[in-house]
Design a protein around this ligand. Sequence first.
Ligand code: TMP
Ligand code: ASP
Length: 234
Amino acid sequence: MEKKNQIYEGKAKILFETDSSDHLIQYFKDDATAFNAQKKGTINQKGVFNNKISTRIFEYLQAEGIPTHYEKTLSDREMLVKKVEIVPIEVIIRNVAAGSLCRLLNLEEGMKLKVPILDFCYKKDSLNDPLISEYHIRALGWATDEEVEEIKKYVFKINDLMKKFFLDINLDLIDFKVEFGRFKGKIILADEISPDTCRLWEVGTGKKMDKDRFRKDLGNVEEAYQEVLNRVVK
Ligand code: TMP
Ligand code: ASP
């Protein structure tokens, strides 16, 4: 597949057209941002780590019946994906209280939740990705009722599958964010799944093995991503 023009550059990835109108190349950068890009930096080799980690997770989810945009891994930093129309919603599942949930409700980090929380955020940097409900999504036409139901069905299944996947490598899945897109009329999982988009705590020690090391200046950021990759491909 031939790489053509760049069509989009985001905070962590660049998208390129290909000679297939149904496919894009997703290029993973080392750039890291936090708190809606108020904090900016670089995590050395992050693009390579996240491409490989995402690859493994997409392959696993796909094999378990979740449709994804993943086609194949082309190089250290490049993944061939289906060209989707992104639904402008960040879909978050939380199993344990952390991050913005603790700030919102003044909860102690690490509090186990009785059931997982599903949050929707509108993907809009200029508004700071505000928390919304599924009624906003329907009322503003960002997705149809059927699409919202499909997304909810998939995201809970993804949570069950990923909790098991990470527990097998001694990591607790605290929370994660995913994005979906439309491809030929169907909702499929898109974007990436990596330590940028998941909170992962080591079982037993509680050590943070994700982007919170960058967000909170905890040090050993690269080492944590490398360790997650080592475990994921073991
Ligand atoms: P939050 O606690 O900051 O809302 O984050 C919840 C989860 O979503 C966490 O695993 C990090 C991930 N996330 C992203 O992938 N992108 C984002 O822009 C934000 C804010 C969170
Ligand atoms: N990626 C988001 C940003 O730049 C936030 C985050 O992951 O904390 O702002």
